[in-house]
Design a protein around this ligand. Structure first.
Ligand SMILES: NC(=O)c1ccc[n+]([C@@H]2O[C@H](COP(=O)([O-])OP(=O)(O)OC[C@H]3O[C@@H](n4cnc5c(N)ncnc54)[C@H](OP(=O)(O)O)[C@@H]3O)[C@@H](O)[C@H]2O)c1
Length: 245
């Protein structure tokens, strides 16, 4: 007997880690709902992932409450429900503490914190109706182990909030059969780094290299599938938190 295909929502899936997570879940037989703000890049991502695959996409800013609601509606209308949410969309930037303006801080709160919170609310509402589900958030090891060479208080206070949301939601929602975990990503080779030489961070890890997107996808999939695991914040960082130099 064939098993019903499950459905995953992946925010920020037009680029980098999110795009690869979408690819990975499709490969595992999931239906996928993609999201990002830039519609052109998002439709191109859907094309790259394969037009014959079970993909829906919702262009929109996750900091606006309606975006998560639209993603859930797309999942229910097209695929019949939501089983997994990957809160991946996020922004990062390095700036010394005293140089951050109110606008800088608001931008990180809007996307990283409010966005993750609102999409989770929309998905949890649906998961409760279905009797359970699984959420995986993308955090960062810089919350656990900041470094003076990357001053980033504005993004990090919001990613710290994502870590707190992970553990507090895990405790609130376990009774509803909803598990909530996070990957605390180390330095991963993605377009987020722009022109920066990402390999220059290799020496900060025990493994003497930066990570590749597929290595985050692997951990996200495993957390989503681990039926007795909730409230875990898993560093996927080549040993960065233990330091090398
Ligand atoms: N790369 C790393 O070394 C690293 C390390 C630790 C944690 N992370 C985290 O991993 C996640 C993915 O990062 P990445 O490196 O893959 O970055 P990326 O290549 O810049 O991709 C970010 C994705 O998020 C989307 N996005 C940004 N703001 C959004 C918003 N308000 N609403 C909806 N979509 C939004 C972007 O598309 P649009 O711009 O079109 O919206 C894009 O699809 C982020 O949460 C980041 O903080 C990355």
């Amino acid at each position: 007997m064939s098993r019903k295909r499950e459905t995953v929502l992946v925010t920020g899936s037009s680029s980098g880690i999110g795009l690869d997570i979408a690819r990975g879940f499709l490969e595992k037989g999931f239906n996928v709902v993609l999201n990002a703000r830039n519609e052109k890049k998002l439709s191109e991502a859907a094309r790259v992932l394969g037009q014959d695959n079970p993909i829906a996409w919702v262009a929109g800013d996750i900091g606006n409450k309606e975006t998560g609601e639209k993603m859930v509606r797309a999942a229910v209308d097209r695929f019949g429900g939501v089983n997994v949410l990957v809160n991946n969309a996020g922004i990062f930037g390095v700036k010394p503490f005293l140089e951050n303006s109110e606008e800088d801080l608001d931008a990180f709160i809007h996307t990283n914190l409010k966005g993750t919170y609102f999409v989770s609310q929309a998905a949890v509402r649906q998961m409760k109706k279905q009797g359970g589900g699984s959420i995986v958030n993308i955090g960062t090891v810089l919350v656990l182990h900041p470094t003076a060479s990357l001053p980033a208080t504005a993004p990090l206070v919001t990613k710290g909030g994502v870590h707190a949301l992970t553990t507090s939601l895990a405790s609130e929602l376990a009774a509803d059969n909803i598990r909530v975990n996070a990957v605390a990503a180390g330095t991963i080779r993605t377009p987020l780094w722009g022109d920066a030489d990402v390999d220059s961070f290799s020496g900060t890890t025990l493994m003497n290299r930066v990570g590749e997107v597929g290595e985050i996808t692997e951990a996200v999939f495993n957390l989503a599938a681990s039926s007795f695991t909730t409230g875990v914040i898993l560093p996927v960082d080549g040993g960065y938190v233990h330091g090398r130099s």
